[in-house]
Design a binder for this molecule. Sequence first.
Ligand code: PMV
Length: 350
Amino acid sequence: MEEFFGANNYIISNRKIAESCPSNIALIKYWGKYENQIPANPSISYTLNHCKTNTEIEFIADDQFSVTTFLAGKSEVKFAEKIEKYFQNIEQYLPWILKGKYIIRTENTFPHSSGIASSASGFGAIAKCLMSLDAAFSGKINDEFSLKKASFLARLGSGSACRSLYKGLVVWGETKEVSGSSDFFAVRYPNEEIHADFRNFNDWVLLIHEGEKSVSSTVGHGLMNTNPYAERRFQEAHENFASLKTILKNGDMKSFIMMVEHEALTLHAMMMMSEPAFILMKTGTLAVINKIWEFRKNTHLPLFFTLDAGANVHLLFPTTKDEEKIQAFIIKELMPHTQNNGVVKDVMQF
Ligand code: PMV
């Protein structure tokens, strides 16, 4: 990836910059990877609007490299260690990066316990900050290439983070279905290939279980290395891309719903078939899924779900005239399955 190697003529100085980056929710899931955060299959996600990480980086030019981090005003030593390692790891792409002290202040606009991918928005925001510093030190302007490099750098922090740099539907991982797609950075799915019905969606996250995830995504990806069904799964993700392309173009909501739910259940099935096995759903997750299916059967309204590697349920439904009926159902029938009446409301609009 020669294009991402840094230039040599930097003039570094003390700087303070701030950037913001949203989280994203995958429709075709990334689950399984090779060395250097190369995904085992292509994935596609919606970038959220409200669930964001705001990050401020204070850079003090110095021979001694160090990182101090504050999460919502609270000092976070473990996070600082993680960022230190990450900066060391990407030095080859940003030659100035170890030549200073960093004070990083970061906060999420969504609850930490929600299971919404804060690593995606977090590394997205840090990568954007780094590219702003890079522009300041090199005198180059922050352009389309900077965004691509930010996506490349975010990927090295947390794979799915690379998709958060772009709005709308975003693809990461090489697939013949999307021109320009790459294993190294994300690209926007072309807007003109997306039917209007798929451009305005609600994503309400039901907080079924608020707490630490029982399995980290690092462990989860690792389990795919020995999962006997892994190769078939990776192949299926490629096949699903081909189908999704037609679905998105034609506005085929029914097939879209089938695919998105199938992808979520496949991710969880993979975890159940791993060694050791993990069941990431809770009783409430299953209850909600069954109620959604019953609701769809009875009303034919487009309410459906996706899941991350946890128990919380992302409820997806278009922002159409029927959304009030769907919202009323969610509040009456699904909310009782949350732990503390918790729901995070977001929307995808582009
Ligand atoms: O980026 P990671 O390593 O946290 O992996 C996230 C994987 C899923 O969120 C479960 C799926 C995805 O594609 O975002």
